[in-house]
Design a protein around this ligand. Structure first.
Ligand code: IPM
Ligand code: MG
Length: 365
């Protein structure tokens, strides 16, 4: 099989984790006789630095012509508002939001899987986590408050100075993400939880209305509704109750960070952003971690696991995807850990070594 992959390393730890992930991709190509043509393009802070735009046209065109996109991370140092005076209000994160929208990747799958080897790294008690915790968070990715109209009015008095972020959802957008979630639930434990704030938000009440409609086509799936504040709590007190969670863009952003901590580290969680075609964007759910950038400390496993998702969802290479996932598990079983998941009985390794170990494991499988 021959596929075109665009790689967007981005900022902070992006380049170093993506480097390990592409090594894994090449190792898979070699082992299984595929060809993956990898081309790098700009996004984020680095794109702003060099082209004055967080998502240059060239990047968009290349991504649209590709079979899949692998992204590292975007964003400059925390608290540093480097681009506050940019003439169009551009900033690194806008590049990421725009590429998701340009490619119409409305379904963001964020599998929250706890490797039993990492139970010690989880802040939750072992009896709460249980064995083989596996929750799929499905986050709507191209609408909601992220993409609604944004207004800032500066007046003379405090009360006349205000900002508005509109949360917009239409039935079409809700229906398609719910369908994705129902289908995923059908292939799992057939348990779907729609997370919203229907006691307060009109958009949430529309989500409930549409979920009742969509549910008619998925009678084998058990549908539950949960308020987001309760969901945040339930994830901590009883995460085992969940199979598939589906929610809006912003709630999904927040809950997936929360859920990631159950698995020991946000450095472990991959994601796939999909639309109606096989073109997908794959990225770790964590950010650019500028504080540890360039120090060989970052955990590349979330990005490597994102490659597995790419093989599965964009290329339908299930065996290859499983091979990557098995290799990650094996390396963890052997006791190798990056700093974020390290406990004193483990073998501490850096970003490069972790990537090498996964590649070796794939080669020897
Ligand atoms: C994520 C990130 C992004 C988001 C940021 C960087 C814009 O937090 O992918 O979860 O909020 O979607
Ligand atoms: Mg996030």
């Amino acid at each position: 099989m021959r596929k075109k992959v665009i790689v967007l390393p981005g900022d902070g730890i992006g380049p170093e984790i993506v480097l390990q992930a592409t090594s894994v991709l090449h190792t898979i190509a070699e082992k299984f006789g595929h060809e993956f043509d990898v081309t790098e393009k700009l996004i984020g802070d680095i794109a702003l630095e060099t082209t004055n735009c967080s998502l240059p046209e060239q990047t968009i065109t290349a991504c649209k012509q590709a079979d899949a996109v692998l992204l590292g991370a975007v964003g400059g140092p925390v608290g540093e508002n480097k681009w506050k005076d940019h003439p169009t209000g551009d900033r690194p994160e806008k590049g990421l939001l725009k590429i998701r929208q340009e490619l119409e990747l409305y379904s963001n799958l964020r599998p929250t899987i706890l490797y039993n080897e990492l139970k010690d790294a989880s802040p939750l008690k072992s009896e709460i986590i249980g064995d083989n915790l596996d929750i799929m968070i499905v986050r709507e990715l191209t609408s909601g408050i992220y993409f609604g109209k944004k207004t800032k009015i500066v007046g003379d008095a405090d009360k006349d100075t205000y900002a508005i972020d509109e949360m917009y959802y239409n039935k079409y957008e809700i229906r398609r993400i719910l369908k994705t979630a129902f289908k995923i639930a059908q292939g799992r434990k057939k348990n779907l939880t729609v997370v919203d704030k229907a006691n307060v938000l009109e958009t949430s009440r529309l989500w409930r209305e549409v979920s009742a409609e969509v549910a008619k086509d998925f009678e084998d799936v058990k549908l539950t509704h949960l308020y987001v504040d309760n969901a945040a709590m339930q994830l901590i007190v009883n995460p085992k109750q969940f199979d598939v969670l589906v929610t809006t863009n912003m709630f999904g952003d927040i809950l997936s960070d929360e859920a990631s901590m159950i698995t020991g580290s946000i450095g472990m969680l991959p994601s796939a952003s999909l639309g109606d075609t096989t073109l997908g964007l794959y990225e770790p759910i964590h950010g650019s971690a500028p504080d540890i950038a360039g120090q060989d400390k970052a955990n590349p496993l979330a990005t490597i696991l994102s490659v597995a998702m790419m093989l599965r969802h964009s290329f339908s290479l299930e065996e290859e995807a499983l091979c990557v996932e098995k290799a990650v598990k094996e390396v963890l079983q052997l006791g190798y850990r990056t700093l974020d998941i390290y406990t004193d009985k483990d073998k501490l390794v850096g970003t490069t070594k972790m990537g090498d170990l996964v590649c070796k494991c794939i080669e020897n499988m």
